[in-house]
Each structure stands twice: as structure tokens, then as C-alpha cells.
Design a protein around this ligand. Structure first.
Ligand code: DP6
Length: 326
């Protein structure tokens, strides 16, 4: 009763910020993302009568009690479906800093869900798997299907699921994840979203997001990088406007975030097709096409304060692996 899964983090081009149901993690709007090849979580789950409680170990880092409880809740839901009662040992390992806006909870809960169902010996269809991953962390549902993924907001647990709009081989968009701070984010996303209604800007974003998704669909269909990048930046800035106008305000950027944002805009004004997007943390995803990756990477590495750049191509969804962590 042991299985391992490898899940990619994902970056949302149309973002999820705010829930209409906290317990079920039903989002206020649909979102669209790409799986990231360079930011991956590997998780091994074993259910055994030898374990007297669930244990969760994150190799090289620590898990808070709150996070342990969140994992236990996911395991409980899976045990109920699998009709088993054994406790689990969970060991998990990231290739990137946890909590740094690189969506560790997305890859973490995607890997946990797929590994736990496999360890319990239950075959689950992809759609249902995304629903279970969503219950652990909303954005985790987008790390299960292949490549470019749409999460339908839905209005019930079963109708809020994710699916692949295009496989990872469809369009070679590069995501250079610029790490400017590898510490934990100040306010966890689940907490930050709770006060979304305090922002006078949130209803305006919600009415704009549907049209933005339609425009994004067209840009994706036409592989129009300039349109894709512009819509992505528009939604990122709109989400951060909401965050920054919440009470209390959520300021996820730091000085370096601003420096990289300004540099991206300046390079674009000089003729380079390059765009940015930022999640709930100070690190920045710089988006470009393969031909301009080397030059942009060189420019990024010349900026003082850039710690590392993780190079991502579009990646497949969560996969089973035989390479166990214990
Ligand atoms: C800003 O999926 O981490 O990255 O469902 O509360 O676990 P919970 O939130 P989470 O939120 C991600 C928010 C975001 C935008 C996005 O990825 O869509």
C-alpha cells in the first residue's frame, strides 16, 4: 500500500482569488494555468496498520501543525472513499522553495492526492481526482491534467473541476521563475482570500474576468504571444489591485519585485516580447518564447537581488512514479 506521485506546480495566467465556499474551496471565478516543468513535488504515501497516526515529513523543510492537519483532512477524505482505516506515512520533497509564491501547495496536494489514491488501490478518473485535489488546495486541481489547464468554477463540489485545454506540447511558452525571496509568504492564500469582500475592487474584477478568459482562449488558439502576455499581466495586476485594497491590505511584492516588473516593461518597450505575472508572494514569473530565453535570462541575472531563476517549460500533469522516497 505504497505509491509515489510527481506533480508540477502551476502558474495561473487568469488567477483564482476568492472563494464562494470556504470548506469546499469553490472559487469565485474560473482560472487558467500552465504546469511548470522546473517546480515539482514528489510525494510517497504508504498506508499501513503499523502506523498509529498519520505522519507528514517535508524533506529539508518543516511543516506547521496547520499544514499537517490539512494533509490529514485530505487523507481522511481519501480513506473514506477507499474504505480503509490505516494511517499513513507521507514523505514529500520539493525542487523549489516552499511558500515562496511558487505554488507549493498546488503541487503538494496534487501529488498527495494521486499518490494516496494509488496507495489505497483505488482507481479514480482524472476529473474526480481534480475535485479531491481541490479540496486540499484550490489551485492543486490545476496541477493534475496535462499542460494548459482550465479550472471551471462550478457551483457544487462535483462541478468545480479542472481539465486540459491543450497538452504541454501545444505551445512552448517559457516561464522564468525569478526568486527574489525564498522565505515563507507573509499571509497564506487561504487566509488572504477570506477578506476579499473588503476590497472595493473585487466585484469589478469578477465582472471583468469572464471576458478576459474569452480573450485568453482566442490568444491561446491563435498562439498570439503578445495578446497572451498582455491579458496575463492585466489579470495579475487586477488581482494584486484587489489584494492591495483589501482590509488589511495584502502587499505581496517587495522592492525587488518592482525592480523586475519595471525591467520587464522596459525590455518590452525596447522590442523584446516579454511579460510578467506574480502570485501571492514576491517572486516573479517572467514569460517569453524560446528564442528570447537566453537574452532575458542574461538580463535577469544582471539585476542585483535576483537569487535564482528557475526555467520552466509547459509540463505534463501529475504522474505516478516508481521512485519512492522511503
Ligand atoms: C494567488 O490554491 O493556494 O496563486 O485554495 O486557499 O489553498 P487555497 O488557495 P491557493 O491559491 C492560489 C492563489 C494564487 C492564484 C492562482 O494560482 O490562481
Amino acid at each position: 500500500m505504497k505509491a509515489t506521485a510527481i506533480a508540477p506546480a502551476n502558474i495561473a495566467f487568469i488567477k483564482y482569488w476568492g472563494k464562494k465556499d470556504d470548506d469546499l474551496r469553490l472559487p469565485l471565478n474560473s482560472s487558467f494555468s500552465m504546469n511548470l516543468s522546473g517546480a515539482v513535488t514528489r510525494t510517497t504515501v504508504e498506508f499501513s496498520p503499523d502506523y498509529c497516526k498519520d505522519t507528514v515529513e517535508l524533506v529539508g523543510e518543516t511543516f506547521s501543525t496547520k499544514e499537517q492537519e490539512r494533509v490529514a483532512k485530505s487523507l481522511d477524505a481519501i480513506r473514506t472513499v477507499a474504505q480503509i482505516s490505516e494511517h499513513a506515512r507521507v514523505v514529500t520533497k520539493n525542487t523549489f522553495p516552499k511558500g515562496a509564491g511558487a505554488a507549493a501547495s498546488a503541487s503538494g496536494f496534487a501529488a498527495l492526492t494521486v499518490a494516496a489514491f494509488a496507495a489505497a488501490g483505488v482507481a479514480v478518473a482524472e476529473k474526480e481526482m481534480t475535485v479531491f485535489a481541490r479540496l486540499g488546495s484550490g489551485s492543486a486541481c490545476r496541477s493534475i491534467p496535462d499542460g494548459f489547464v482550465l479550472w471551471e468554477e462550478g457551483n457544487s463540489s462535483d462541478s468545480s473541476f479542472a481539465y486540459s485545454l491543450y497538452p504541454h506540447t501545444y505551445w512552448d511558452i517559457r516561464d522564468l521563475l525569478v526568486i527574489v525571496d525564498s522565505g515563507m509568504k507573509k499571509v497564506a492564500t487561504s487566509d488572504g482570500m477570506k477578506t476579499i469582500m473588503t476590497s472595493p475592487r473585487f466585484s469589478r474584477r469578477l465582472s471583468a474576468v469572464g471576458g478576459r478568459l474569452t480573450r485568453m482562449n482566442i490568444a491561446m488558439k491563435e498562439k498570439n504571444f503578445a495578446a497572451f502576455g498582455a491579458i496575463t499581466e492585466e489579470d495579475c495586476l487586477d488581482m494584486h489591485t484587489v489584494m492591495q485594497s483589501q482590509v488589511p491590505p495584502l502587499m505581496y511584492w517587495n522592492d525587488m519585485t518592482r525592480v523586475v516588473m519595471d525591467a520587464v516593461v522596459a525590455w518590452r518597450n525596447e522590442g523584446l516580447p516579454v511579460y510578467f505575472t506574480i502570485d501571492a508572494g514576491p517572486n516573479i514569473h517572467v514569460l517569453c518564447e524560446p528564442y528570447s530565453q537566453a537574452i532575458i535570462l542574461k538580463k535577469l541575472n544582471m539585476l542585483t537581488g535576483v537569487q535564482t531563476v528557475i526555467i520552466n517549460t509547459p509540463a505534463p500533469g501529475t504522474q505516478i512514479s516508481e521512485d519512492h522516497l522511503f
